[in-house]
Ligand binder design. Sequence first.
Ligand code: G
Ligand code: G
Ligand code: MN
Length: 659
Amino acid sequence: MGEQPAGPEAPRSAGRQSQHGATALERATRALRTLSAGNRILLRATDEAQLLEDMCAVIVGTGGYRRAGVVYAEHDARQSIRWMVWVREQDGRPQSQDIDWLNRFNFTYADDASGKTAVGTAIRTLLPCVGRDVLNSPVYADPGMAVFRAHAIVDGYAAVTAFPLIADGKALGALFMAATEPDAFDDEEVRLLSELADDLAFGIASLRLREQHRVAQATIERLAFFEPETGLPNRVRQQQLLSDALKRANANDVPLSLVHLKICRFNEISHVFGYRIAGELVREVVRRLLEWTTPERSLARIGEACFSMILYGSGSADAIDFARALCHALDEPVDLDGVVLDAPVHAGVASEPAGRTDADTLFKHANAALYHGVPVNDRVTVAADARLEDHAGRLALMGDLRRAVEQNELRLYCQPKVEIPSRRVAGAEVLVRWAHPILGMVPPVRFIKLAEQSGIITRVTGWLLNSVFGALRDMKMQGTAQAFAINLSAYDFRNPSTVRQIENLLSAWGVNPALVQFELTESALIDDPGATLVALSRLKSLGVELLIDDFGTGYSGLSYLQKFPVDGIKIDQSFVMPMIESSDSAAIVHSTIELGHSLDLHVVAEGVESDAIWQRLADERCDIAQGYLIGMPMPVEQFPQWLADWAARGATPAAGKPP
Ligand code: G
Ligand code: G
Ligand code: MN
């Protein structure tokens, strides 16, 4: 610098040439230039620290001021000021400087010696503070301020000003500027630059408001996507995660499965033990489930007692194994304040092998698997046919089914049962088949549920009963009468008109009711034990035999068995088939036979596919066997021939018969 200023109170007025070459007009012009560039910065600002830096850079770069900086007012006892940014021109462009050294001076905005700086004064008074002729002004002679005078000399400025940054009537901090001329910052320039400071304060305040909104938004999202009781992602979030995972699986060509889990008898538990215990149970189950999660297996809570786990990279078989192991691992009773609860978990699995399904559909499939699925083992069910979830496919199939009954596309099959100790034939189970003109033989799992939901089941059952009684009469005439076991759906056997129809058929055809049996799946019975008891008693009063089908897959307590008027139980094939290799399955088969016998029920094992299984069942004193070893399901007209063959072979399975 080197020039000697005239003094702090040198008069200044518009148009008058100052000693340093900048007229008042020029000063107003640079202030205006700064103001409009500052506005552009404000419009673009998204980040507070960046805004401060950009604003100072504009003041130096566009405005031509020597220095610019921003301080914030701390709300501590000392009333500290904190330098946020400090910019000077360097190598022809504005550059941000180190601020730590400035902060080490511990200046304040307090009304004492440490608060005398321009920025301190601006914050304290809420007014712009101008310090002209820094090099000569007595203010800067003070020992505490000497550092500024020294700095001004080194840095080449002679006038400084600080504007309070006011929001909501309070100073957030101050904007500091320095100019080369000792008499810079006349009234007009200060008025214009005050506007800039006001704009900056407004910008800071709106960014802070925006940030508050963002935080609020994040909180809202957290509440919308996470479940408060356990902190797990909720259903909505899980569907998003699933959608992302499916895309990733698709791109990497890996399989993906979705496991849905529910705590069995949860409603009963919360009813009996109350809300608090039920809540604790859920938290304990979650704690155990979390031990099984990994980054590739994300867990969510999708219902009060329902959970969802995405298995990235697992195909159907892996997922089923995993789900079963998971369910078994959760078997250990839960001790809640001395209340020891058995709360087994059941799983439904849906898989997506080749990235053809969207998240919504897969999610629905997993629910269908959980709530209306068919068992694949003691704990896991899968959707009977995922394609049936497709509305168009369902509607088409339903229309077809209505026609099928009228046009005689349904076929009566049967599968023999044999008494194990004597090898005598013990009747046959009747199985319906649908000879669809395009789809071929459609198995009942694909249409019985659908028929129930659409009400067509009454026609199917009507057709079935007529056909079975017709067949019974035919066999009676041929002298080959055998008991036939008819599967009744839950809907059927609760329907009083079905029972009336059976009664009418029995008397119309003169059939011995002892030759008629009904198989009712365990899951259909436990839905509503009260209604079940009434319906079973009504059926039983006709003199027919009643069997509980798929026994072991219903996850129910066993006490109801004593109450229901049933004659036998059929152990589900999912326990019988693996009983040689799996000691778990063998144990279930063993205890089911014992339980059945202790209640005076006869026990049928289905899915007998090998001599080894037959032998084991014989050792366990199981009464009756049914399965491929003895005979495959066959058209009912072929049954008399099978009976003759069986007798001719000396009541032994045909060699190599199982497929
Ligand atoms: O062989 P199969 O796929 O038929 O048996 C599948 C399931 O369909 C079995 O659980 C069987 O009980 C059931 N099912 C077979 N025929 C009928 C029927 O006529 N009515 C009902 N409700 N279920 C049947
Ligand atoms: O659920 P329900 O018991 O009604 O089912 C009978 C079903 O079991 C029929 O679909 C029948 O084809 C099938 N089934 C009967 N015996 C065997 C067997 O030994 N192995 C297998 N895999 N399935 C069998
Ligand atoms: Mn059956």
